[in-house]
Design a protein around this ligand. Structure first.
Ligand code: ADP
Length: 625
């Protein structure tokens, strides 16, 4: 019980630890999301820098290409001629054509010549509807710069053309003083066109943070930071941008690393977020910024994060399964151990029970053996007592049996003495012979009595049935004679061997004969019938009388010890009980019934035994008891 509770506790602990570890790992991963996002944003920014470099190089190339052009054009003497004679129409037409050709040759948008007031005298676009000729650009900073003797550079929305362009201007010098200004303009639309093809947005802003070029037209002229009044005034004075379009575009900036930063453009509702990388073009005073949408980088970071979290959860799941499996295994082993212990305990208990039962059984067996021994002894004693009782009953007849020959011996002896005195030796010899016969008879009776009275051995073996019957009849001879009884013995031709003991069998027959005589004691001529029947396995000996018979009530009790109907001193009630047990010991049965013709029949059923070989003396069995 305690073991199970501890196991469960350990398992709950492990599960709690696992949950804490998994949650911690997930939390740590989520906490790392901003860093991860930053890494991906930086990588996106770094990747976009190549595009930025290309854009910058394109712009710088154009600037470098066009920068020396106004000065070169200004060198042309015809321009000085024209400036000296501004009204020379033929010269104007010629120069117009020349400038047109030059502009086409160098892919410049416009090349034109202004006088010192800023009035355009000739222009490459002279033939176009929106020709610069006759227009004054005195307000443009490039004009004033060129008039100051330096190279003027400027970018602005063309007031005439409406096209954004970059302007380079150089003075036309005459005797060390500027007498006019040549300006070259190139448009920037082609760059933007190229930028739009890419994935990124590119913007170019001026010193005032006003977007001058952008891959998105809607950003043109938008201010990325609030403009000062001075700056606005200058833009207005220079007519650089259309003031109605110079509106602030809300932006936020946040540095990431180096030139790379985060930038949101637009108002709250429609703001867009970009990774921004900026490079200056110093000679033009521009800042070129490439904008990469943050969406893909953020999505990528989220994906990676989701994968990491998934991996953690998966690992957690596997760990949970492992912990559970392990716990189950431990539980199973524990259960098996408990079962085994229980089993062993039960076996031990059963063994103890068995041992106790065994001991008891042994004790009982010993007790039984002792009781059996006691019983046997008692039985033997009873047999002996029964025999002695039978002898007691026979004693009267025996004394008569002995007295009669003794009286005869005396009279024969007296006669013999008288015959000898008279010299009649033959008669004397005859009498002595009779005396000898009498002595033999008495010796025979005495031997039977000795055999009968002896304690029998318990051995069982083949015995000749007729011998036992003959010996019993011999023993009973005196009583039979004194009671005037006759015995009808239907003797079989050959002897029958049965399993038993000679003396005990003889004792049983004596008992039955004695009871038969008792039952017929009131009769003047009692008759006892003895019959033998045998087959291969059993042999039956019937002893019947013509006496009182046995009542139904008595039939159930006559074999019980001490059951007797005879008066005190005449019967012990042991004869049939002992006989019954003796026959049972032989493996046979003793039973009683009434003869329909009157009287009782006692039957001894015995097992037939194989006759021993001729070498075995027949008396051996007799002697054995
Ligand atoms: P006991 O002869 O000492 O009485 P037994 O055991 O020999 O004891 O006989 C028991 C009783 O069975 C006798 O008292 C008698 O009543 C009855 N019995 C035995 N043999 C006969 C018989 N042949 N005829 C009638 N009754 C008998």
């Amino acid at each position: 019980m305690w073991g199970g509770a501890t196991q469960k506790g350990v398992r709950a602990n492990a599960a709690a630890w696992l949950a804490v570890i998994v949650l911690g790992a997930v939390a740590a991963s989520l906490a790392a999301l901003p860093g991860l996002e930053r890494t991906f944003l930086l990588r996106a920014g770094e990747r976009s820098e190549a595009t930025l470099r290309l854009a910058v190089q394109g712009l710088e190339g154009a600037l470098r290409r066009y920068e020396p052009l106004p000065a070169l054009v200004a060198e042309r003497p015809v321009l000085r001629q024209l400036l000296a004679n501004p009204n020379d129409t033929a010269l104007r037409d010629r120069i117009d054509d020349e400038l047109q050709q030059t502009a086409e040759a160098v892919s410049a948008s416009d090349i034109y010549l202004m006088d010192t007031t800023g009035l355009t005298l000739v222009a490459s676009n002279h033939h176009k509807e929106l020709s610069f000729v006759g227009r004054s650009f005195y307000y443009r900073p490039y004009f004033t710069e060129a008039m100051d003797g330096t190279i003027g550079r400027y970018f602005a929305l063309g007031t005439t053309s409406g096209e954004r362009g970059y302007f380079f201007a150089a003075p036309v010098m005459e005797a060390g003083a500027p007498i006019g200004v040549v300006a070259v303009k190139f448009t920037v639309d082609a760059f933007e066109e190229a930028w739009r093809a890419g994935d990124n947005d590119i913007i170019v802003k001026d010193q005032n943070d006003v977007v001058f070029m952008a891959s998105r037209p809607e950003w043109h002229f938008r201010a990325l930071s609030p403009l000062s009044d001075e700056a606005l005034g200058r833009i207005e004075a220079d007519r650089q941008y259309p003031l109605d379009r110079v509106i602030e575009l809300p932006t936020t900036r946040e540095p990431l690393a180096g030139r790379i930063g985060l930038m949101t453009i637009g108002a709250d509702g429609a703001s867009e977020s970009f990774v921004a990388s900026t490079t200056p073009i110093a000679e033009a005073g521009w800042q070129v910024t490439i904008l990469t949408p943050t969406g893909p980088a953020r999505t990528q970071a989220l994906w990676v994060m989701a994968m990491v979290v998934l991996v953690i959860l998966f690992a957690g799941l596997i760990a949970a399964i492992f912990i559970q499996r392990r716990a189950r295994l431990v539980e199973r082993i524990e259960a098996q151990r408990a079962t085994q212990e229980l089993l062993e305990q039960r076996v031990a208990e059963r063994t103890a029970d068995l041992n106790t039962a065994n001991r008891k059984l042994r004790a009982e067996v010993d007790e039984r053996k002792a009781a059996e021994q006691q019983l046997r002894k008692t039985q033997a004693d009873l047999v002996q007592a029964g025999k002695l009782a039978a002898l007691g009953q026979m004693s009267a007849a025996l004394s008569h049996e002995f007295n009669q020959p003794l009286a005869a011996v005396k009279s024969y002896a007296d006669n013999a003495a008288a015959f000898l005195q008279r010299g009649r030796t033959d008669e004397a010899r005859d009498n002595v012979g009779r005396i000898s016969q009498m002595a033999d008879r008495m010796a025979s009776i005495s031997r039977h009595l000795r055999n009968f009275a002896r304690r029998p051995q318990q051995k069982i073996g083949p015995v000749p049935l007729m011998h036992a019957v003959d010996d019993a009849l011999a023993l009973m001879e005196a009583r039979l004679k004194s009671s005037g009884a006759s015995v009808s013995f239907d003797r079989p031709e050959r002897d029958i061997w049965v399993m038993g003991g000679h003396v005990r069998l003889q004792q049983v027959i004596v008992n039955l004969l004695s009871n038969a005589l008792d039952a017929m004691q009131d009769q003047s001529e009692p008759v006892i019938g003895i019959a033998v029947e045998a087959d291969r396995t059993t042999c039956r000996l019937d002893i019947r009388d013509r006496g009182t018979g046995v009542t139904e009530d008595m039939l159930g009790q006559i074999f019980d010890p001490f059951f007797t109907t005879k008066g005190p001193g005449n019967g012990l009630g042991l004869g049939l009980s002992i006989s019954y047990n003796i026959v049972k010991d032989f493996g046979g049965t003793l039973s009683a019934r009434n003869d329909p013709a009157g009287g009782a029949v006692f039957t001894i059923d015995l097992r037939v035994a194989a006759a021993p070989g001729k070498t075995a003396p027949m008396t051996h069995e007799v002697a054995a008891e």
